[in-house]
Design a protein around this ligand. Sequence first.
Ligand code: FES
Length: 136
Amino acid sequence: MIAVLQEIESSYGYLPAWALRQVSEKLELPLTQVYGVASFYDAFHLTPRGKHLIRVCLGTACYLRGSTRILEALERELGIKDGETTPDLEFSIQSVRCLGACALSPVMIIDEFYFDKMTPTKINSVLKRIQEKNEN
Ligand code: FES
């Protein structure tokens, strides 16, 4: 079942409800069991994800250097909360615990790009840079 769910996740970027029903039917497994697996693993998502995933570290080093203020600034700027996606499907925010770059804290990652020593005032310019990359 996990391999099938991974395939669907990689095709759609999340696991649509209709796909979970089909997995349940085709594999002859209770839908509750399929949902149980889909909701257990962080690798699976039950709602659509944004084109750009913003991961904000709330690990100890980053937390002590103010990463919650960065998360709050992002939430304000994008109008969504941690774990949510913007209505235009451009951005998703996900808080994480330690990105392995504690010396550069506070850290956030957008897609594969690290942004170190972040401050709430840098949020606007970072988001603008990402949007400009989109346009090019
Ligand atoms: S605690 Fe944030 S990178 Fe380690």
